[in-house]
Write a protein that binds this ligand. Structure first.
Ligand SMILES: N[C@@H](CCC[C@H](N)C(=O)O)C(=O)O
Length: 276
């Protein structure tokens, strides 16, 4: 079968986006891995599949696969690309798009063609919701890594995140620490690990070691989780500029019972087709 796709990115977090509304697409984890291979396939951090919704109140179903073939609950940068994709392909004419994901519903708002705000929903903080093994909910937890206690915050943005404060993002051993925390036995479904340096209450630097991929140039849900963790620790203002290696996102989280809003750009790189 000849499969049409679009290659896109959000701040260098790159995606193969497939229209599963007008094409009949069947993917296995092995197929996703082959397509995700940067030498033998298309190459991407995540594959995004647009499908018709199961829920009549929603406009689309948005499925997300990491490059290792695992299907996951949420992808923030992907959500912005998803909105640009469905508009460009005229799968919808609406600039407010309701999307069903494995991690819960989200709403996409298109401000300008190249800048999209996503209502990422409420962050979840109870340990069982992450999931994270702990007796009770707390703002931070001690986690033993390499024989030392690291202080982490845990947040679910639909998908699981650990967030650590660091003095200097650039010199942090993101891959070494990230891979240990990601697979720590207190995270039964593994997690994405963010290393956040607070520049001032309105700006942070962030690097994220993503589950199923490794360090990426940007992680939208990671940026949301970092701002939630920083706000809960009294370090950040309601709106924060999050500088990632691939560029900057604006994250707003005003209050506990309000959703997290993420604003940032999307880029279409090329369109292609591949025999699968
Ligand atoms: N790049 C993403 C997150 C993708 C999913 C993540 N790796 C996971 O396994 O949960 C983003 O922009 O949020």
């Amino acid at each position: 079968m000849l499969l049409k796709f679009t290659k896109m990115h959000g701040l260098g977090n790159d995606f193969m986006v497939i229209d599963g509304v007008t094409q009949n697409v069947r993917l296995t984890p092995e197929k996703v891995q082959q397509l995700g291979d940067r030498h033998f396939g298309v190459g991407f951090d995540q594959l995004l599949l647009v499908e018709p919704p199961d829920d009549p109140d929603m406009d689309f179903r948005y499925r997300i696969f990491n490059a290792d073939g695992s299907e996951v609950e949420q992808c923030g940068n992907g959500a912005r690309c998803f909105a640009a994709f469905v508009l460009e392909r005229k799968l919808t004419g609406s600039k407010r798009i309701k999307v069903q994901t494995k991690g819960g519903p989200i709403e996409l708002r298109v401000n300008r063609d190249d800048e999209i705000t996503v209502d990422m929903g409420l962050p979840k903080l109870e340990p069982w919701e992450i999931p994270f093994k702990a007796d009770r909910q707390s703002i931070t937890y001690k986690l033993e890594v390499e024989g030392r206690d690291e202080e982490i915050a845990v947040v679910s943005m639909g998908n699981p995140h650990a967030v650590l404060l660091v003095d200097d993002c650039k010199s942090t051993p993101v891959e070494r620490l990230g891979s240990k925390i990601q697979r720590h036995n207190r995270f039964p479904e593994n997690c994405n690990v963010g290393f956040m340096e607070v520049v001032n209450p309105g700006e942070v630097n962030l690097r994220v070691f993503e589950r199923g991929v490794g360090e990426t140039l940007a992680c939208g849900t990671g940026a949301c989780a970092a701002v939630v963790a920083g706000r809960l620790q009294g370090l950040l203002e309601p709106t924060v500029k999050v500088n990632l290696p691939g560029g900057t996102l604006t994250i707003t989280w005003k209050e506990q019972d309000l959703p997290v809003l993420m604003t940032g750009p999307t880029t279409r790189v090329y369109e292609g087709h591949i025999r699968i």
